[in-house]
Design a protein around this ligand. Structure first.
Ligand code: S3P
Length: 176
């Protein structure tokens, strides 16, 4: 699969949909760089996402997220995993569609819940104060609110139904 991916592929989807894990696997398989948007934000701000939210608030985070996203515009192949809210702010999703291929990891709320319930919620400021019951209705509502943006992605994939290898084959076809 060497050199098969020639443009940036932005992986989008709700928290817990596996964007980072999959992005790392795909970039290894395709032999292209991997960039994690949240990680970039941590590096540039010098603090964790949770600390950033606490210190500056969500609006400032969204502005920094947009600025960081738009500073990553490789004109070569790369996989870029984005935070769950990144495509839903201002024109970010349209910008991603213009600068590369967008891949939406489409999972239903129950699957997302099962993953988030067992994850460390303290690292996700939007979820850190929620109990399990609040979490399900939050996922439901937020997913509905965000789906207008997520649906603008060029490719929609249920990651439970396609192996990374098959996913890469599909992406390669799509980018030829
Ligand atoms: C967020 C998702 C997080 C992170 C921040 C906000 C969101 O990234 O960017 O906590 O608004 O959905 P992950 O989707 O990687 O958890």
């Amino acid at each position: 699969m060497n050199n098969a991916i020639h443009l940036p592929i932005f992986i989008i989807g709700f928290m817990g949909s596996g964007k980072t894990t999959l992005g790392k696997k795909l970039s290894r398989l395709a032999d292209v760089p991997f960039i994690d948007l949240d990680q970039r934000i941590v590096e540039t701000s010098g603090m964790s996402i949770s600390d950033y939210f606490e210190l500056h608030g969500e609006n400032a985070f969204r502005d920094l997220e947009e600025k960081t996203l738009k500073s990553i515009a490789p004109d070569a192949g790369a996989f870029i995993s984005t935070g769950g809210g990144a495509p839903c702010y201002r024109d970010n999703i349209d910008w991603m569609n213009r600068h590369g291929l967008t891949l939406y990891l489409d999972l239903n709320p129950k699957v997302i819940l099962s993953r988030l319930i067992t994850s460390d919620r303290s690292t996700r400021p939007l979820l850190s104060n929620m109990d399990d019951k609040q979490l399900l209705s939050y996922i439901h509502d937020k997913l509905e609110e965000r789906s207008t943006f997520y649906k603008k992605a060029r490719i929609h994939i249920n990651p439970l139904k396609l192996s990374p290898k098959n996913m890469l084959e599909l992406l390669v076809k799509e980018t030829q």
